[in-house]
Design a protein around this ligand. Structure first.
Ligand code: ATP
Ligand code: ZN
Length: 308
């Protein structure tokens, strides 16, 4: 809340934004890290579901990830962090598309996983037609049903809310369609991944409900910070020395580089210092190519924050 004076009257204006994040699970840690990267500190006490940040007008609601799309779509929360798997499932349940209930502000690059069909290792699988008349257990019936329709398959869906991977062993399904990242859970259950149905990652979503102008200001500031922090995460600052004559080849080797700063080196007229912000990671291979082109004293530094 901010207090402001209008004539002699004092009004309290609500400029606070509310964000829904997963209380505990695969999205939680990175969601808190994203807020910290934006300089927003929130420390919920144990079992606290609603808490405030003292250094930014933001309140946090800690919930199950399944509730996040609706909380944001209905405007109970202004923002949310959730996987596109859940957004897609809810959207298809309502016969709409991914962004029709909530605006996706940013793909966040964590909680990367895929919704995949897996079958017992003993199943002789050749292609999708091997699944004809099979029962597939999943917690994502709408995404699977859409996939079945698009591929004109004849598959029966068994909807389960959890422990999908044990369905074949229990004899209630012939295969499963579940989220996979490393494949460890599949391996532990003697299953083999055969088809990828949907690729998912965490996204920042925004409510379609209109904001007051005070809240809009906070929302803009928040979005700018998220963008700045994400840009910084994917960027590196590189500094090196090089022969003056190699300037253009060196610049062409730098991935996603902006116009570099070129500085003179004291007491050396043939060599220069080049500093550049690169919007991509710099791998050893690039550094080795730079060295081959005549560069020396190559330093690659992480970028903490960026405002463009
Ligand atoms: P909740 O109690 O909040 O409902 P949950 O059991 O549904 O938790 P998690 O297993 O924590 O959820 O997964 C949350 C989200 O993380 C998923 O919706 C998906 O976007 C992503 N996710 C799920 N499995 C993986 C995985 N193996 N690797 C990476 N991300 C995953
Ligand atoms: Zn969930």
């Amino acid at each position: 809340m901010v207090k402001c004076y209008e004539g002699a009257e004092m009004k309290t204006v609500n400029n606070r934004i509310r964000i829904a994040i997963q209380k505990t699970g695969r999205l939680s840690e990175e969601s808190f890290r994203l807020l910290a990267g934006c300089g927003i500190y929130v420390k919920p006490r144990k079992e606290q579901l609603f808490c405030h940040s003292d250094n930014f007008p933001l309140d946090l609601l800690l919930v199950r990830d399944d509730d996040i799309p609706n909380l944001v779509a209905e405007g109970t929360c202004d923002f949310g962090i959730v996987g596109t798997n859940l957004l897609q499932e809810k959207a298809l349940q309502n016969s709409s598309d991914l962004e029709s209930n909530n605006e996706i502000i940013r793909y966040l690059g964590f909680a990367l996983c895929r919704l995949a069909i897996a079958v017992p290792k003993s199943f002789s699988y050749q292609n999708l037609s091997s699944l004809k008349k099979c029962r597939i257990a999943t917690s994502y019936p709408a995404i699977l049903s859409d996939y079945i329709k698009k591929n004109k398959l004849d598959i029966e869906i068994t909807t389960l809310t959890g422990s999908v991977e044990i369905a074949p062993r229990l004899g209630i399904a012939d295969g499963i369609c579940d989220l996979v990242s490393t494949g460890g859970t599949l391996e532990a259950n003697n299953l083999r991944e055969v088809e990828v149905v949907f690729k998912s990652q965490a996204v920042l979503i925004k409510s379609p409900k209109p904001f007051s102008s005070e809240k809009q200001r906070t929302a803009r500031l928040f979005q700018n910070r998220v963008e700045g922090s994400e840009l910084a995460n994917g960027s590196k600052y590189i500094m090196l020395h090089a022969p003056k004559s190699a300037l253009s080849i060196i610049v062409s080797l730098l991935p996603g580089a902006e116009r570099p700063t070129v500085l003179e080196l004291q007491g050396d007229t043939k060599r220069i210092a080049i500093h550049a912000l690169c919007r991509e990671n710099i791998f050893w291979e690039t550094m080795e190519s730079l060295k081959k082109a005549g560069a020396s004293s190559i330093l690659v530094l992480p970028v903490e924050k960026m405002l463009t």
